[in-house]
Ligand binder design. Sequence first.
Ligand code: TMP
Length: 209
Amino acid sequence: MTGKFITIEGVEGVGKSTNIAVLEEILRDRAIDYLCTREPGGTALAENIRSRLLDSGGENLAALTELLLIFAARADHLDKCILPALEQGKWVVCDRFTDATFAYQGGGRGLPRDCISALQSMVQGELRPDLTVILDLNPEVGLGRVRRRGAPDRIERETIDFHARVRQSYQEIARAEPERCVLIDASADPDSVRLMLRAAVMDKLPELR
Ligand code: TMP
């Protein structure tokens, strides 16, 4: 039996790590064997690509180059990490996946949706997450948190309009795919967000009840 594939998404500084810990707690409590990973990243090659994407050393990266690097990292991550884990029956929790590409490279950078969909089919075939948690927050609030943590990376340094388009794209994805996605208001206090997340996960994945 293959495991379930859960992804978590949202704008910068939205609180993904805190909420991934909530997901992990749910899985651990049920003795479910799982793997927690991230994108871009999750393998040595993909982590290398991540470093280049988040800090290009001042070198300009065209939007299409960025898109292809992200899918190159994803192909390696799927091949060496995600697919083998799912095939072994493990659940996989992934910090960002292809919805981030639609939101950042599609919404943010303005690359055509069709182009991203074509790469999605090529790299993933039919694989889609079983559940995607989209944490929703005003990007000004999220970026404020990011700045307090340290120097922002190349993508965090994009304009507020860019990050507003990313948020809007995520909201559109949640509306277009309500079966797969759940949108959670991450501006609420952390305890309420945790409760909303737990309820949404139980609702979407009845095997966890
Ligand atoms: P984070 O995982 O720490 O949030 O950082 C990953 C960064 O990479 C974040 O700015 C979003 C960006 N990203 C894309 O632009 N496209 C993608 O497909 C993915 C997975 C991430």
